[in-house]
Design a protein. Structure first.
Length: 257
């Protein structure tokens, strides 16, 4: 069994694969002050509660955009799962050609999404990831990552709105029944859901105009992808497990004899 770990700014996502079969996926909050023992205990506890013995895990791979946690998570894997995980870093084979100004600036999560996206959906391709930031990855018809867009994230935008005002409440991020809100909560939900839907629709349209291809597949992933994608005409697929499946593919690619 292989455990895949995607360490993001807001959440850490995990998936356990037995061969190519996904057995379990879960996420926990990213907490910089947690120790390796706390993370290790958390991981093993969730595995055991789902009928998986920690000793059954034979390998793992980590992608991280939080450098402060790299050693912590690696040590948790060593001490509690008894594995030496692969880390997505320069030197790891990805098969992805990065046609950008500085390849070192590209986040590990974007690399994994691109690799998984090309493998699953072909190219040309646009991947919209609704994470802590809203990112747009653009892959040309040769399977090369040629750049993209980074916009504010949904939760961060809502947090900024709530924290920057005296009377606006914290609300659930869900689609209101009408774009015209009748109270403060639905006013805010409308602004977040339909506002981000408009942002994504317009940016994808502009990207497609610049690419000048006849057909471009567009995939949405990330925590709020299903909520926003329902309001979009430009999304062909919603794939919330894209990153974790990409990590499994990269593990296999780098473990081949």
């Amino acid at each position: 069994m292989i455990i895949c770990m995607d360490v993001g700014n807001t959440n850490i996502k995990y998936a356990v694969f037995d061969g190519n079969n996904l057995l379990l996926s879960f996420r926990v909050a990213t907490e910089l002050k947690k120790t390796s023992d706390e993370y290790g205990g958390q991981i093993t506890g969730i595995l055991i509660n789902n009928g998986i013995k920690p000793s059954e895990i034979t390998g793992g791979i980590i992608s991280s955009v939080v450098p402060q946690l790299d050693y912590t998570i690696e040590r948790a894997c060593r001490n509690y799962l008894k594995i030496e995980p692969l880390m997505l870093a320069p030197g790891l084979k990805t098969g992805l050609n990065l046609k950008v100004d500085n390849a070192k600036e590209v986040g590990a999560d974007r690399v994994v999404n691109n690799v998984a996206g090309v493998k699953k959906y072909g190219c040309p391709l646009i991947i919209v990831d609704f994470g802590t930031a809203t990112t747009f990855n653009v892959i040309n018809d040769k399977g090369e990552f040629i750049g993209g867009v980074i916009a504010p994230g949904i939760k961060g935008s809502l947090d900024s709105l709530v924290n920057g005002t005296a009377k606006l409440p914290r609300v659930e991020i869900e689609r209101p029944s009408s774009v015209i809100g009748k109270n403060t909560v639905t006013n805010m939900q409308s602004g977040i859901v339909y506002g981000f839907a408009g942002l994504v629709e317009y940016i994808v349209k502009k990207i497609k105009c610049e690419l000048k291809y006849g057909e471009v597949t567009t995939v949405a992933t990330g925590g709020f992808s299903d909520v926003i994608a329902k309001e979009l005409t430009c999304i062909d697929h919603v794939d919330k497990l894209l990153t974790l499946e990409g990590l499994k593919y990269l593990y296999d690619l780098n473990s081949e004899a």
